[in-house]
Design a protein around this ligand. Structure first.
Ligand SMILES: Cc1cc2nc3c(=O)[nH]c(=O)nc-3n(C[C@H](O)[C@H](O)[C@H](O)COP(=O)(O)OP(=O)(O)OC[C@H]3O[C@@H](n4cnc5c(N)ncnc54)[C@H](O)[C@@H]3O)c2cc1C
Length: 515
Protein backbone atom coordinates (compact mmCIF):
# COMPACT_ATOMS: atom_id res chain seq x y z
CA UNK A 1 0.00 0.00 0.00
CA UNK A 2 3.05 2.25 0.01
CA UNK A 3 2.04 4.28 -3.05
CA UNK A 4 -1.72 3.75 -3.04
CA UNK A 5 -3.69 6.86 -2.36
CA UNK A 6 -1.04 9.19 -3.75
CA UNK A 7 -2.33 11.68 -6.33
CA UNK A 8 -2.68 9.73 -9.56
CA UNK A 9 -3.38 6.40 -7.86
CA UNK A 10 -6.52 5.01 -6.17
CA UNK A 11 -7.49 6.72 -2.91
CA UNK A 12 -7.12 4.78 0.36
CA UNK A 13 -10.55 3.94 1.80
CA UNK A 14 -9.87 5.62 5.17
CA UNK A 15 -6.96 7.71 6.42
CA UNK A 16 -6.88 8.06 10.20
CA UNK A 17 -4.92 11.00 11.59
CA UNK A 18 -3.62 10.10 15.06
CA UNK A 19 -2.73 6.71 16.53
CA UNK A 20 -3.86 7.42 20.09
CA UNK A 21 -6.59 5.28 21.69
CA UNK A 22 -9.39 6.65 19.48
CA UNK A 23 -7.44 6.28 16.21
CA UNK A 24 -6.14 2.77 16.89
CA UNK A 25 -9.59 1.61 18.02
CA UNK A 26 -11.19 2.95 14.83
CA UNK A 27 -8.43 1.38 12.70
CA UNK A 28 -8.82 -2.03 14.35
CA UNK A 29 -12.61 -2.05 14.04
CA UNK A 30 -12.46 -0.95 10.39
CA UNK A 31 -9.74 -3.56 9.76
CA UNK A 32 -12.03 -6.24 11.20
CA UNK A 33 -14.49 -5.31 8.45
CA UNK A 34 -11.72 -5.61 5.85
CA UNK A 35 -11.52 -1.84 5.24
CA UNK A 36 -8.20 -0.53 3.92
CA UNK A 37 -6.83 2.11 6.34
CA UNK A 38 -3.70 4.19 6.66
CA UNK A 39 -3.01 5.54 10.16
CA UNK A 40 -0.64 8.52 10.43
CA UNK A 41 0.99 9.68 13.66
CA UNK A 42 3.69 12.16 14.52
CA UNK A 43 5.47 9.69 16.81
CA UNK A 44 6.77 6.18 16.13
CA UNK A 45 5.73 4.87 19.53
CA UNK A 46 2.86 5.51 21.95
CA UNK A 47 2.82 8.71 24.02
CA UNK A 48 4.74 7.61 27.15
CA UNK A 49 3.01 9.75 29.81
CA UNK A 50 0.21 7.95 31.66
CA UNK A 51 -2.92 10.08 31.46
CA UNK A 52 -6.06 7.88 31.66
CA UNK A 53 -6.23 5.41 34.54
CA UNK A 54 -9.91 4.37 34.54
CA UNK A 55 -12.39 2.82 32.13
CA UNK A 56 -15.86 1.38 32.68
CA UNK A 57 -17.50 -1.91 31.72
CA UNK A 58 -19.28 -0.46 28.66
CA UNK A 59 -15.88 0.46 27.23
CA UNK A 60 -14.34 -2.86 28.35
CA UNK A 61 -16.75 -4.46 25.84
CA UNK A 62 -15.10 -2.39 23.11
CA UNK A 63 -11.67 -3.67 24.17
CA UNK A 64 -13.11 -7.19 24.01
CA UNK A 65 -14.35 -6.51 20.47
CA UNK A 66 -10.83 -5.39 19.55
CA UNK A 67 -9.62 -8.78 20.81
CA UNK A 68 -7.64 -7.69 23.88
CA UNK A 69 -9.99 -8.50 26.78
CA UNK A 70 -7.67 -11.12 28.29
CA UNK A 71 -4.57 -8.99 27.91
CA UNK A 72 -6.37 -6.00 29.47
CA UNK A 73 -7.64 -8.16 32.36
CA UNK A 74 -4.03 -9.18 33.10
CA UNK A 75 -2.82 -5.56 32.96
CA UNK A 76 -5.66 -3.83 34.85
CA UNK A 77 -7.19 -3.82 38.30
CA UNK A 78 -10.93 -3.69 39.11
CA UNK A 79 -11.73 -0.96 41.62
CA UNK A 80 -14.45 -0.46 44.23
CA UNK A 81 -15.97 2.83 43.13
CA UNK A 82 -15.78 6.42 44.29
CA UNK A 83 -15.91 8.12 47.66
CA UNK A 84 -16.18 11.82 48.40
CA UNK A 85 -14.28 12.93 51.50
CA UNK A 86 -14.05 16.32 53.18
CA UNK A 87 -10.86 18.26 53.89
CA UNK A 88 -10.38 16.21 57.09
CA UNK A 89 -10.66 12.99 55.05
CA UNK A 90 -14.06 12.14 56.56
CA UNK A 91 -16.16 10.19 54.05
CA UNK A 92 -19.50 11.85 53.26
CA UNK A 93 -20.63 9.96 50.14
CA UNK A 94 -19.76 6.54 48.72
CA UNK A 95 -20.67 5.21 45.28
CA UNK A 96 -19.89 1.50 45.35
CA UNK A 97 -19.20 -0.52 42.26
CA UNK A 98 -19.08 -4.27 42.00
CA UNK A 99 -15.67 -5.70 41.14
CA UNK A 100 -17.19 -8.94 39.84
CA UNK A 101 -18.59 -9.19 36.30
CA UNK A 102 -21.84 -7.26 35.95
CA UNK A 103 -24.41 -6.57 33.24
CA UNK A 104 -21.73 -6.07 30.61
CA UNK A 105 -19.70 -9.14 31.56
CA UNK A 106 -16.76 -7.18 32.99
CA UNK A 107 -15.96 -5.30 36.23
CA UNK A 108 -17.73 -1.91 36.29
CA UNK A 109 -14.62 0.20 37.03
CA UNK A 110 -11.07 -0.69 36.03
CA UNK A 111 -7.73 0.96 36.73
CA UNK A 112 -4.87 0.78 34.24
CA UNK A 113 -1.86 2.56 32.79
CA UNK A 114 -2.64 4.35 29.49
CA UNK A 115 0.70 3.67 27.72
CA UNK A 116 0.37 -0.04 28.63
CA UNK A 117 -3.15 -0.14 27.16
CA UNK A 118 -1.98 1.68 24.04
CA UNK A 119 0.86 -0.85 23.60
CA UNK A 120 -1.66 -3.70 23.77
CA UNK A 121 -3.80 -1.93 21.17
CA UNK A 122 -0.87 -1.35 18.82
CA UNK A 123 0.36 -4.96 19.01
CA UNK A 124 -3.19 -6.13 18.35
CA UNK A 125 -3.50 -3.79 15.35
CA UNK A 126 -0.60 -5.60 13.68
CA UNK A 127 -3.01 -8.50 13.13
CA UNK A 128 -5.08 -6.42 10.68
CA UNK A 129 -3.73 -6.99 7.15
CA UNK A 130 -5.67 -4.08 5.61
CA UNK A 131 -4.35 -1.49 8.09
CA UNK A 132 -0.98 0.24 7.87
CA UNK A 133 0.39 2.50 10.61
CA UNK A 134 2.98 5.08 9.59
CA UNK A 135 4.70 6.95 12.42
CA UNK A 136 7.06 9.92 12.42
CA UNK A 137 4.86 12.03 10.13
CA UNK A 138 3.26 15.38 10.92
CA UNK A 139 -0.10 15.93 9.25
CA UNK A 140 -0.34 19.55 8.17
CA UNK A 141 -3.62 19.84 6.25
CA UNK A 142 -6.73 18.03 5.09
CA UNK A 143 -8.69 19.28 2.05
CA UNK A 144 -11.74 17.93 0.18
CA UNK A 145 -11.98 18.19 -3.62
CA UNK A 146 -15.79 18.04 -3.67
CA UNK A 147 -15.67 14.90 -5.83
CA UNK A 148 -15.48 12.33 -3.09
CA UNK A 149 -11.78 12.56 -2.35
CA UNK A 150 -9.89 14.02 0.57
CA UNK A 151 -6.22 15.00 0.35
CA UNK A 152 -4.12 14.64 3.48
CA UNK A 153 -0.82 16.56 3.48
CA UNK A 154 1.96 15.54 5.82
CA UNK A 155 5.68 15.94 6.42
CA UNK A 156 8.04 13.06 7.03
CA UNK A 157 9.76 14.12 10.25
CA UNK A 158 12.98 12.21 9.58
CA UNK A 159 13.74 13.57 6.08
CA UNK A 160 11.50 16.63 6.01
CA UNK A 161 9.83 15.64 2.68
CA UNK A 162 6.31 16.87 2.05
CA UNK A 163 3.88 14.15 0.96
CA UNK A 164 0.17 13.75 0.24
CA UNK A 165 -2.25 10.87 0.29
CA UNK A 166 -5.80 10.70 -1.09
CA UNK A 167 -8.61 9.08 0.85
CA UNK A 168 -12.33 8.43 0.50
CA UNK A 169 -12.80 9.27 4.19
CA UNK A 170 -10.62 10.84 6.88
CA UNK A 171 -10.99 10.38 10.63
CA UNK A 172 -9.45 13.14 12.75
CA UNK A 173 -8.29 11.33 15.89
CA UNK A 174 -5.48 13.82 16.46
CA UNK A 175 -6.25 14.89 20.01
CA UNK A 176 -6.94 18.18 21.75
CA UNK A 177 -5.03 20.43 19.32
CA UNK A 178 -6.50 18.75 16.25
CA UNK A 179 -5.28 19.92 12.83
CA UNK A 180 -8.21 18.08 11.24
CA UNK A 181 -10.67 20.03 13.40
CA UNK A 182 -9.14 23.29 12.22
CA UNK A 183 -9.20 22.06 8.60
CA UNK A 184 -12.97 21.46 8.67
CA UNK A 185 -13.57 24.81 10.37
CA UNK A 186 -14.93 23.30 13.58
CA UNK A 187 -14.43 25.21 16.80
CA UNK A 188 -14.58 24.09 20.41
CA UNK A 189 -17.54 25.28 22.45
CA UNK A 190 -16.16 26.25 25.84
CA UNK A 191 -18.30 24.68 28.57
CA UNK A 192 -16.66 26.96 31.10
CA UNK A 193 -14.37 24.75 33.06
CA UNK A 194 -10.62 25.27 33.24
CA UNK A 195 -8.39 24.28 36.14
CA UNK A 196 -4.67 23.55 36.49
CA UNK A 197 -3.87 20.28 38.26
CA UNK A 198 -0.72 18.50 39.38
CA UNK A 199 -0.66 14.80 38.43
CA UNK A 200 1.63 12.56 40.50
CA UNK A 201 2.48 8.94 39.77
CA UNK A 202 4.19 7.17 42.65
CA UNK A 203 5.29 3.57 43.23
CA UNK A 204 5.34 2.00 46.67
CA UNK A 205 7.09 -1.25 47.60
CA UNK A 206 4.34 -2.24 50.03
CA UNK A 207 0.67 -1.63 50.84
CA UNK A 208 -0.77 1.80 51.64
CA UNK A 209 -3.84 0.08 53.20
CA UNK A 210 -6.36 2.55 51.79
CA UNK A 211 -9.93 1.91 50.63
CA UNK A 212 -9.47 0.43 47.13
CA UNK A 213 -11.48 2.94 45.18
CA UNK A 214 -11.14 6.50 44.00
CA UNK A 215 -10.91 9.08 46.84
CA UNK A 216 -12.08 12.58 45.86
CA UNK A 217 -11.09 15.19 48.41
CA UNK A 218 -13.71 17.94 48.24
CA UNK A 219 -11.81 20.92 49.52
CA UNK A 220 -11.96 24.29 47.76
CA UNK A 221 -8.58 25.16 49.31
CA UNK A 222 -6.87 22.13 47.73
CA UNK A 223 -9.07 19.57 45.94
CA UNK A 224 -7.39 16.22 45.37
CA UNK A 225 -7.88 12.72 43.99
CA UNK A 226 -6.15 9.51 45.08
CA UNK A 227 -6.39 6.04 43.55
CA UNK A 228 -4.44 2.83 43.31
CA UNK A 229 -3.81 1.91 39.69
CA UNK A 230 -1.64 -1.20 39.89
CA UNK A 231 0.11 -3.66 42.22
CA UNK A 232 2.61 -1.04 43.34
CA UNK A 233 1.49 2.06 41.46
CA UNK A 234 -0.55 4.99 42.82
CA UNK A 235 -1.96 8.19 41.28
CA UNK A 236 -2.58 11.48 43.08
CA UNK A 237 -3.98 14.59 41.47
CA UNK A 238 -3.97 17.98 43.28
CA UNK A 239 -5.41 21.26 42.12
CA UNK A 240 -2.58 23.73 41.74
CA UNK A 241 -2.85 27.02 43.59
CA UNK A 242 -2.17 30.34 41.88
CA UNK A 243 1.57 30.77 41.39
CA UNK A 244 2.36 27.04 41.79
CA UNK A 245 3.73 24.91 38.95
CA UNK A 246 4.66 21.25 38.60
CA UNK A 247 8.34 22.17 38.97
CA UNK A 248 7.61 23.06 42.61
CA UNK A 249 6.84 19.33 43.14
CA UNK A 250 9.68 17.65 41.29
CA UNK A 251 11.01 15.58 44.22
CA UNK A 252 9.60 13.13 46.77
CA UNK A 253 10.37 15.56 49.59
CA UNK A 254 8.33 18.27 47.85
CA UNK A 255 5.26 16.06 47.34
CA UNK A 256 5.29 14.43 50.78
CA UNK A 257 3.30 17.22 52.50
CA UNK A 258 0.54 16.69 49.90
CA UNK A 259 0.33 12.88 50.02
CA UNK A 260 1.01 12.42 53.75
CA UNK A 261 -2.66 11.85 54.71
CA UNK A 262 -2.55 8.54 52.77
CA UNK A 263 0.82 7.34 54.12
CA UNK A 264 0.07 6.51 57.73
CA UNK A 265 2.77 4.12 58.98
CA UNK A 266 4.43 3.79 55.56
CA UNK A 267 8.15 4.43 55.41
CA UNK A 268 8.86 7.08 52.80
CA UNK A 269 11.99 5.17 51.73
CA UNK A 270 9.60 2.70 50.03
CA UNK A 271 8.12 5.41 47.79
CA UNK A 272 9.42 6.55 44.41
CA UNK A 273 8.14 9.53 42.45
CA UNK A 274 7.67 8.36 38.84
CA UNK A 275 6.57 11.74 37.55
CA UNK A 276 5.00 15.05 38.47
CA UNK A 277 3.23 16.74 35.56
CA UNK A 278 0.90 19.68 35.17
CA UNK A 279 -2.31 19.42 33.11
CA UNK A 280 -5.03 21.96 32.43
CA UNK A 281 -8.38 20.20 32.75
CA UNK A 282 -10.95 21.60 30.31
CA UNK A 283 -14.58 21.00 29.34
CA UNK A 284 -15.10 21.58 25.62
CA UNK A 285 -17.08 20.11 22.74
CA UNK A 286 -16.67 20.71 18.99
CA UNK A 287 -19.56 22.54 17.31
CA UNK A 288 -19.61 20.07 14.41
CA UNK A 289 -18.02 16.62 14.20
CA UNK A 290 -18.32 16.09 10.46
CA UNK A 291 -17.77 17.93 7.23
CA UNK A 292 -18.82 15.68 4.35
CA UNK A 293 -16.10 12.97 4.29
CA UNK A 294 -14.11 14.10 7.30
CA UNK A 295 -15.01 13.19 10.90
CA UNK A 296 -13.70 14.10 14.35
CA UNK A 297 -13.29 11.48 17.09
CA UNK A 298 -11.87 11.43 20.62
CA UNK A 299 -10.24 14.48 22.17
CA UNK A 300 -10.40 16.20 18.78
CA UNK A 301 -14.20 16.33 19.28
CA UNK A 302 -14.55 16.71 23.07
CA UNK A 303 -12.55 17.31 26.24
CA UNK A 304 -13.85 15.91 29.53
CA UNK A 305 -12.35 16.89 32.91
CA UNK A 306 -10.97 13.59 34.22
CA UNK A 307 -12.93 13.50 37.53
CA UNK A 308 -15.10 10.57 36.35
CA UNK A 309 -12.47 8.95 34.12
CA UNK A 310 -14.44 9.23 30.87
CA UNK A 311 -12.29 11.13 28.31
CA UNK A 312 -10.58 8.15 26.70
CA UNK A 313 -13.81 6.18 27.14
CA UNK A 314 -15.66 8.75 25.02
CA UNK A 315 -13.10 8.38 22.21
CA UNK A 316 -13.53 4.61 22.16
CA UNK A 317 -17.32 5.04 22.12
CA UNK A 318 -16.94 7.37 19.10
CA UNK A 319 -14.84 4.79 17.24
CA UNK A 320 -17.28 1.97 18.02
CA UNK A 321 -20.23 4.12 16.90
CA UNK A 322 -18.75 5.25 13.59
CA UNK A 323 -16.66 2.33 12.33
CA UNK A 324 -19.45 -0.12 11.45
CA UNK A 325 -21.49 2.63 9.79
CA UNK A 326 -18.52 3.65 7.66
CA UNK A 327 -17.75 0.01 6.80
CA UNK A 328 -21.41 -0.45 5.81
CA UNK A 329 -21.35 2.63 3.57
CA UNK A 330 -18.04 1.62 1.94
CA UNK A 331 -19.45 -1.87 1.27
CA UNK A 332 -22.53 -0.36 -0.35
CA UNK A 333 -24.88 -1.83 2.27
CA UNK A 334 -25.85 1.42 4.00
CA UNK A 335 -26.73 4.79 2.47
CA UNK A 336 -24.28 7.64 3.10
CA UNK A 337 -26.98 9.46 5.06
CA UNK A 338 -26.45 7.09 8.03
CA UNK A 339 -23.15 8.85 8.66
CA UNK A 340 -25.17 11.83 9.95
CA UNK A 341 -26.23 9.66 12.88
CA UNK A 342 -22.68 9.72 14.26
CA UNK A 343 -22.82 13.27 15.58
CA UNK A 344 -26.58 13.09 16.27
CA UNK A 345 -26.04 10.13 18.62
CA UNK A 346 -22.61 10.80 20.08
CA UNK A 347 -22.58 14.54 20.72
CA UNK A 348 -25.44 14.64 23.29
CA UNK A 349 -23.93 11.61 25.06
CA UNK A 350 -20.47 13.21 25.23
CA UNK A 351 -22.01 16.46 26.47
CA UNK A 352 -23.93 14.64 29.23
CA UNK A 353 -20.75 12.93 30.44
CA UNK A 354 -18.83 16.23 30.41
CA UNK A 355 -21.61 17.84 32.50
CA UNK A 356 -21.44 14.98 35.00
CA UNK A 357 -17.66 15.40 35.28
CA UNK A 358 -18.16 19.12 35.83
CA UNK A 359 -20.69 18.44 38.58
CA UNK A 360 -18.23 16.20 40.45
CA UNK A 361 -15.52 18.79 39.80
CA UNK A 362 -17.72 21.52 41.27
CA UNK A 363 -18.43 19.41 44.38
CA UNK A 364 -14.68 18.99 44.82
CA UNK A 365 -13.52 22.52 44.19
CA UNK A 366 -16.34 25.06 44.52
CA UNK A 367 -15.85 27.45 47.41
CA UNK A 368 -18.25 29.69 49.29
CA UNK A 369 -21.83 28.90 50.22
CA UNK A 370 -22.67 27.27 46.85
CA UNK A 371 -19.80 24.84 47.29
CA UNK A 372 -20.82 24.00 50.84
CA UNK A 373 -24.42 23.36 49.75
CA UNK A 374 -23.22 21.19 46.88
CA UNK A 375 -21.04 19.07 49.10
CA UNK A 376 -23.15 18.80 52.26
CA UNK A 377 -26.57 18.54 50.71
CA UNK A 378 -26.42 17.53 47.08
CA UNK A 379 -23.52 15.08 46.90
CA UNK A 380 -24.72 12.59 49.56
CA UNK A 381 -28.11 12.53 47.88
CA UNK A 382 -26.88 12.19 44.30
CA UNK A 383 -27.54 8.48 44.39
CA UNK A 384 -31.22 9.10 45.16
CA UNK A 385 -31.76 11.22 42.08
CA UNK A 386 -33.14 9.13 39.21
CA UNK A 387 -30.60 8.91 36.43
CA UNK A 388 -27.84 10.18 38.67
CA UNK A 389 -28.08 6.94 40.61
CA UNK A 390 -27.70 5.01 37.40
CA UNK A 391 -24.89 7.12 36.13
CA UNK A 392 -22.71 7.14 39.21
CA UNK A 393 -23.56 3.90 40.95
CA UNK A 394 -24.27 1.54 38.07
CA UNK A 395 -21.87 2.98 35.50
CA UNK A 396 -24.67 2.90 32.92
CA UNK A 397 -24.35 5.95 30.70
CA UNK A 398 -27.30 7.78 29.08
CA UNK A 399 -29.17 6.29 26.11
CA UNK A 400 -28.13 7.56 22.69
CA UNK A 401 -30.38 10.22 21.18
CA UNK A 402 -32.87 9.29 18.46
CA UNK A 403 -31.68 8.96 14.83
CA UNK A 404 -32.53 6.86 11.80
CA UNK A 405 -30.53 4.13 13.57
CA UNK A 406 -32.09 4.66 17.04
CA UNK A 407 -35.89 4.54 16.96
CA UNK A 408 -36.96 6.02 20.28
CA UNK A 409 -40.68 5.99 20.97
CA UNK A 410 -42.08 9.09 22.64
CA UNK A 411 -43.82 8.57 25.96
CA UNK A 412 -43.17 4.84 25.82
CA UNK A 413 -40.70 2.63 27.63
CA UNK A 414 -38.08 1.69 25.09
CA UNK A 415 -34.72 0.01 25.06
CA UNK A 416 -33.66 1.94 21.96
CA UNK A 417 -30.35 3.78 22.32
CA UNK A 418 -29.28 1.62 25.30
CA UNK A 419 -26.66 -1.11 25.22
CA UNK A 420 -27.95 -4.67 25.07
CA UNK A 421 -26.53 -6.45 28.15
CA UNK A 422 -23.64 -8.84 27.52
CA UNK A 423 -25.67 -11.52 29.28
CA UNK A 424 -24.76 -15.14 29.99
CA UNK A 425 -26.55 -17.36 27.47
CA UNK A 426 -26.84 -20.59 29.45
CA UNK A 427 -24.12 -22.49 27.59
CA UNK A 428 -21.34 -20.57 29.37
CA UNK A 429 -20.99 -18.08 26.54
CA UNK A 430 -22.03 -14.44 26.67
CA UNK A 431 -23.84 -12.40 24.05
CA UNK A 432 -20.61 -10.80 22.81
CA UNK A 433 -19.07 -14.26 22.25
CA UNK A 434 -21.48 -14.78 19.36
CA UNK A 435 -19.00 -12.83 17.20
CA UNK A 436 -21.66 -10.31 16.33
CA UNK A 437 -20.08 -7.65 14.19
CA UNK A 438 -23.44 -7.51 12.41
CA UNK A 439 -27.07 -6.97 13.49
CA UNK A 440 -28.75 -9.31 15.95
CA UNK A 441 -32.43 -9.78 16.78
CA UNK A 442 -32.80 -10.79 20.44
CA UNK A 443 -36.31 -12.18 20.85
CA UNK A 444 -38.41 -14.03 23.41
CA UNK A 445 -40.96 -14.91 20.70
CA UNK A 446 -40.11 -17.26 17.85
CA UNK A 447 -40.06 -15.43 14.49
CA UNK A 448 -42.14 -16.85 11.64
CA UNK A 449 -40.39 -18.60 8.72
CA UNK A 450 -41.00 -15.52 6.61
CA UNK A 451 -39.49 -13.18 9.22
CA UNK A 452 -36.51 -15.50 9.63
CA UNK A 453 -35.96 -15.54 5.88
CA UNK A 454 -36.11 -11.75 5.69
CA UNK A 455 -33.62 -11.35 8.56
CA UNK A 456 -31.30 -13.96 7.05
CA UNK A 457 -31.31 -12.16 3.69
CA UNK A 458 -30.27 -8.95 5.41
CA UNK A 459 -27.47 -10.61 7.37
CA UNK A 460 -29.21 -10.32 10.78
CA UNK A 461 -28.64 -13.16 13.23
CA UNK A 462 -31.51 -14.29 15.47
CA UNK A 463 -31.06 -15.12 19.17
CA UNK A 464 -34.15 -16.67 20.78
CA UNK A 465 -34.07 -16.34 24.56
CA UNK A 466 -36.09 -17.91 27.35
CA UNK A 467 -38.56 -15.33 28.76
CA UNK A 468 -37.21 -16.14 32.26
CA UNK A 469 -33.57 -15.63 31.27
CA UNK A 470 -31.55 -12.44 31.89
CA UNK A 471 -32.18 -11.19 28.36
CA UNK A 472 -35.84 -12.29 28.52
CA UNK A 473 -36.33 -10.24 31.70
CA UNK A 474 -34.48 -7.30 30.16
CA UNK A 475 -36.87 -7.40 27.18
CA UNK A 476 -40.01 -7.54 29.33
CA UNK A 477 -38.79 -4.68 31.54
CA UNK A 478 -38.43 -2.70 28.31
CA UNK A 479 -42.02 -3.64 27.38
CA UNK A 480 -40.64 -5.50 24.36
CA UNK A 481 -40.90 -8.92 22.78
CA UNK A 482 -37.69 -8.35 20.86
CA UNK A 483 -34.89 -5.89 20.25
CA UNK A 484 -32.88 -5.23 17.12
CA UNK A 485 -29.26 -4.80 18.26
CA UNK A 486 -26.68 -2.96 16.14
CA UNK A 487 -23.07 -4.07 15.64
CA UNK A 488 -21.99 -1.62 18.39
CA UNK A 489 -24.32 -3.41 20.89
CA UNK A 490 -26.77 -0.48 20.87
CA UNK A 491 -30.48 -1.26 20.54
CA UNK A 492 -31.75 0.24 17.28
CA UNK A 493 -35.38 -0.52 17.96
CA UNK A 494 -37.42 -2.62 20.36
CA UNK A 495 -41.09 -3.48 20.67
CA UNK A 496 -43.80 -6.12 20.53
CA UNK A 497 -44.26 -6.17 16.78
CA UNK A 498 -41.75 -8.71 15.46
CA UNK A 499 -42.78 -8.11 11.86
CA UNK A 500 -41.96 -4.39 12.17
CA UNK A 501 -38.57 -5.21 13.72
CA UNK A 502 -37.72 -7.69 10.96
CA UNK A 503 -38.72 -5.05 8.42
CA UNK A 504 -36.52 -2.41 10.10
CA UNK A 505 -33.31 -4.49 9.95
CA UNK A 506 -30.98 -2.90 7.40
CA UNK A 507 -28.94 -5.01 4.99
CA UNK A 508 -25.49 -5.24 6.56
CA UNK A 509 -22.40 -7.41 6.36
CA UNK A 510 -22.92 -8.80 2.86
CA UNK A 511 -19.37 -8.14 1.70
CA UNK A 512 -17.18 -8.08 4.74
CA UNK A 513 -14.17 -10.33 4.55
CA UNK A 514 -13.18 -10.92 8.15
CA UNK A 515 -16.20 -10.84 10.43
C1 LIG B 1 -4.29 13.67 33.86
C2 LIG B 1 -5.28 13.00 32.96
C3 LIG B 1 -6.03 11.95 33.44
C4 LIG B 1 -6.96 11.31 32.63
N1 LIG B 1 -7.68 10.27 33.14
C5 LIG B 1 -8.58 9.64 32.36
C6 LIG B 1 -9.26 8.49 32.84
O1 LIG B 1 -9.06 8.04 33.97
N2 LIG B 1 -10.14 7.88 32.01
C7 LIG B 1 -10.39 8.32 30.73
O2 LIG B 1 -11.23 7.72 30.04
N3 LIG B 1 -9.71 9.38 30.23
C8 LIG B 1 -8.82 10.05 31.00
N4 LIG B 1 -8.09 11.09 30.49
C9 LIG B 1 -8.30 11.50 29.09
C10 LIG B 1 -7.54 10.63 28.07
O3 LIG B 1 -6.17 10.55 28.39
C11 LIG B 1 -7.75 11.22 26.68
O4 LIG B 1 -9.13 11.47 26.50
C12 LIG B 1 -7.27 10.28 25.56
O5 LIG B 1 -5.89 10.08 25.57
C13 LIG B 1 -7.68 10.84 24.19
O6 LIG B 1 -7.39 9.91 23.20
P1 LIG B 1 -7.33 10.37 21.67
O7 LIG B 1 -6.93 9.15 20.91
O8 LIG B 1 -8.58 11.07 21.31
O9 LIG B 1 -6.19 11.49 21.62
P2 LIG B 1 -4.64 11.42 22.03
O10 LIG B 1 -4.41 10.40 23.08
O11 LIG B 1 -4.24 12.81 22.33
O12 LIG B 1 -3.93 10.92 20.70
C14 LIG B 1 -3.81 11.77 19.58
C15 LIG B 1 -2.74 11.20 18.66
O13 LIG B 1 -2.68 12.03 17.49
C16 LIG B 1 -1.32 12.30 17.17
N5 LIG B 1 -1.30 13.59 16.47
C17 LIG B 1 -1.77 14.77 16.90
N6 LIG B 1 -1.60 15.73 15.97
C18 LIG B 1 -1.00 15.13 14.92
C19 LIG B 1 -0.57 15.58 13.64
N7 LIG B 1 -0.73 16.86 13.26
N8 LIG B 1 0.03 14.70 12.80
C20 LIG B 1 0.19 13.41 13.16
N9 LIG B 1 -0.22 12.92 14.35
C21 LIG B 1 -0.81 13.77 15.22
C22 LIG B 1 -0.61 12.32 18.51
O14 LIG B 1 0.77 12.04 18.37
C23 LIG B 1 -1.35 11.23 19.28
O15 LIG B 1 -0.76 9.95 19.12
C24 LIG B 1 -7.15 11.75 31.29
C25 LIG B 1 -6.39 12.81 30.79
C26 LIG B 1 -5.47 13.44 31.62
C27 LIG B 1 -4.66 14.57 31.07
Amino acid sequence: MSTSGRPGSDPVSVVIVGAGPAGVTAATLLGQYGVECLVLDRWDDVYPQPRAVHLDDEVYRILARLGIAEEFAAASRPTLGLQLVDRNHRVFAVFDRATERGRHGHPAANMFDQPELEHLMRINLEGQPTVRLRGNVEVTDVAQDGQGRVRVDFTDRSGGEHESVLAHYVLGCDGANSVVRAAIGATMEDLRFEQRWLVLDVTCAGELDQWEGVHQVCDPRRAATYMRIGESRYRWEFRLLDGETASDFASMDAVLPLINPWLEGVSTSRLRLVRAAEYTFRAQIADHWRDRRVFLLGDAAHLTPPFIGQGLCAGLRDAMNLSWKLAGVLAGDLPEAVLDTYQAERKPHARAMIKLAQLIGAAMTRGGRTGDVLRRVVAPRLHRVPGMHARILDSETPALSGSVLVHRRRFARSLAGRLCPNALLGDGRRLDDLAIAGFLLVTRVAPTCQQRQRLFERGTQVLEVDPASELGTWLSKGDSAAALVRPDHTVMRSGRDLAALAEAAPRFGSRFVSL
